[in-house]
Design a protein around this ligand. Structure first.
Ligand SMILES: [Zn+2]
Ligand SMILES: [Zn+2]
Length: 78
C-alpha cells in the first residue's frame, strides 16, 4: 500500500501513520512528522523539537522568546 505524506506529498510505500487527538496523520519520514506535529513557539513560530519552555499552556522555544512576550518567571520543560 502506498501512502502519501501529508506534509511534502511524497508517495512512499513505507509511510507511517500517527494518531494524534483522534486524527490520523500520514508521513513518509520523521522529519515530516516533526514538521507537522511539533509545537510552535508562541513568539517566533519556530518548531520546538525537544527542549522548550512552557508557561500556562503556552510553549516557547527559549526563555528569551518568552521574555519578549512579557513572561518573566518560567520553568524549563525537561
Ligand atoms: Zn514527507
Ligand atoms: Zn521562539
Amino acid at each position: 500500500m502506498v501512502a502519501r505524506c501529508e506534509v511534502c506529498g511524497n508517495e512512499y510505500d513505507r509511510a507511517f501513520q500517527v494518531i494524534l487527538d483522534g486524527g490520523r496523520h500520514t508521513f513518509d519520514s520523521f522529519e515530516c512528522a516533526a514538521h507537522a506535529l511539533a509545537p510552535k513557539c508562541a513568539h517566533c513560530g519556530c518548531r520546538i523539537l525537544g527542549h522548550g519552555v512552557e508557561k500556562e499552556g503556552v510553549i516557547y522555544c527559549s526563555a528569551s522568546c518568552a521574555k519578549q512576550e512579557g513572561i518573566t518567571e518560567l520553568r524549563d520543560r525537561v
